[in-house]
Design a protein around this ligand. Structure first.
Ligand SMILES: Cc1cc2nc3c(=O)[nH]c(=O)nc-3n(C[C@H](O)[C@H](O)[C@H](O)COP(=O)(O)OP(=O)(O)OC[C@H]3O[C@@H](n4cnc5c(N)ncnc54)[C@H](O)[C@@H]3O)c2cc1C
Length: 422
């Protein structure tokens, strides 16, 4: 049953809200109520990481960590110097959940199941005395009598409306528009949301016939109509509609706003060479002419790691007969092939499907909260955490890490505020 009054109301039962509630409760605060609109809290944790939940990343230096957040960056140094990836690993470990590192640095629960993360958070909340209410959607949040009034729609057997007064409120509504609406009604000016972390669809391009081919590393340059350039290096996956893979997801995360402004029209320049310079490539071609002189181009690539299907595609794109022998490759074709290897251009015609992780860029600007406490600078007693803030990370566990960090800081600050006022 929802009471009429509470010390702390946490709006949103996602990872950031749970972390805030558990931290405050473990610090001794009683009477903490999490209000979750759906019947099942922590749903995004459950579906995350393909059902495995990429909880955080093995990135131990806060200065390096902030580089994984296209929105947030330097402003996150303070929060991450108090609670970062190592603290999250220790936090879960202390509550019985061991995290295991994969070769690329991502950390998953040993069970490889997101349900273990959900279970850990739920049992930590229960053990600390947090009350979690499901089917309770907050409709409005108002400043009221030195605290906050929450209008709540309760969906049980019947739909009823309730009113809850809380001294402190943690807003943890994720990307849901209601959180931005509440923040606005209390004086904030949230940055409009745009999608982040998506794949790119290319305008009808023969490259998509290579769906399934990966190259690692490639250098990507996104050229936007306003002259803005974005660069990324890493693994690329060719798909049925365009390109995906970690380098593409990083690229779209960092270019999320410019791409949105350009209606997802841009030019993608791909360097397939793994960073080889023009003279390096000329030397490789020279070697192939000498050592593989009698072999056909189709059967001998300039270097072995260059995928065969990709090499055939590049030959075709430059009108070079794959049956030619290396010794007979005309110089002008060699120049064309080197150009294709270093600077193939593709027309981006829109967003492709999202990667495994989907987040929104936008939300309450970090400048409007005190990043030591996550308390609103405009409305004392209001704390803003998780994806509702204008912070988003690239794929790899960074988005949850921000939830753990901001939730922990808010929970600590809520406890100090409540205990300080008696
Ligand atoms: C498919 C997918 C996979 C992902 N995988 C990963 C991953 O492996 N690693 C990673 O780091 N990140 C991942 N992410 C991103 C990550 O899930 C989010 O960054 C994170 O869930 C944000 O947490 P949050 O607590 O801020 O918001 P949410 O998780 O969105 O939780 C907000 C909660 O608030 C509730 N709510 C909203 N409005 C109201 C209201 N008015 N009243 C009451 N309740 C309300 C919602 O129902 C929800 O339960 C993934 C995202 C997706 C979509």
């Amino acid at each position: 049953m929802l009471p009429d009054r509470a010390a702390v109301a946490v709006v949103g039962g996602g990872p950031a809200g749970f972390m805030a509630a558990i931290t405050a409760a473990e610090a001794g605060v009683r009477d903490i109520h999490v209000l979750e609109a759906t019947q099942e809290p922590l749903q995004k944790v459950r579906i995350s990481g393909g059902g495995r939940c990429n909880v955080t990343h093995a990135c131990w230096d806060p200065h390096e960590l902030v580089g994984h957040y296209p929105r947030g960056q330097r402003a996150l140094r303070g929060p991450f110097s108090r609670f970062a990836c190592g603290d999250a690993v220790a936090w879960f470990d202390a509550r019985g959940l061991e995290l295991v590192e994969e070769p690329d640095g991502r950390l998953f629960p040993r069970s490889n199941r997101s349900s273990s993360v959900v279970a850990t958070l739920r049992s930590a909340a229960a053990a600390a005395g947090v009350t979690v209410h499901t089917g309770m959607s907050v409709q409005a949040l108002l400043a009221e009598r030195g605290g906050f009034g929450l209008q709540v729609r309760c969906s049980g057997e019947q739909i009823t409306a309730r009113h809850l007064w809380a001294r402190q409120v943690v807003l943890a509504t994720g990307g849901h528009p209601s959180g931005r609406r509440f923040a606005t009604s209390l004086g904030h000016t949230p940055v409009p949301p745009v999608p982040s972390l998506f794949t790119l669809a290319l305008a009808d391009d023969p490259l998509v016939a290579l769906a399934g081919v990966t190259m690692d590393p490639v250098q990507l340059t996104l050229e936007l109509p306003d002259g803005h350039r974005e660069h990324q290096r890493g693994p690329l996956l060719i798909t049925h509609w365009g390109v995906s893979g970690p380098a593409t997801l990083r690229l779209t995360a960092f270019a999320a706003r410019s791409l949105h402004a350009a209606r997802y029209r841009a030019e993608l320049v791909v360097d397939w060479t793994g960073g080889r310079s023009e003279p390096d490539l000329a030397a490789l071609f020279q070697e192939a002419r000498r050592d593989q002189a009698r072999r056909q181009l189709a059967n001998a690539r300039p270097w072995p790691a260059l995928g065969r299907r990709l090499w055939l595609h590049l030959l075709e794109s430059r009108g070079v007969d794959p049956a030619l022998r290396w010794a007979d490759l005309p110089k002008r074709h060699q120049q064309g092939l080197i150009e294709a290897l270093r600077r193939s251009r593709y027309r981006v015609r829109g967003r492709g499907p999202f990667g495994e992780e989907f987040v929104t860029a936008g939300g309450v600007a970090l400048g409007e909260v005190n990043t030591a406490t996550m308390q609103s600078r405009l409305r004392p007693g209001l704390y803003i955490v998780g994806e509702l803030l204008d912070v988003d990370g690239v794929t790899g566990g960074f988005n949850f890490q921000h939830c753990w960090s901001s939730g922990w800081l808010a929970g600590q600050a809520v406890a100090q505020a409540i205990q300080g006022t008696g």
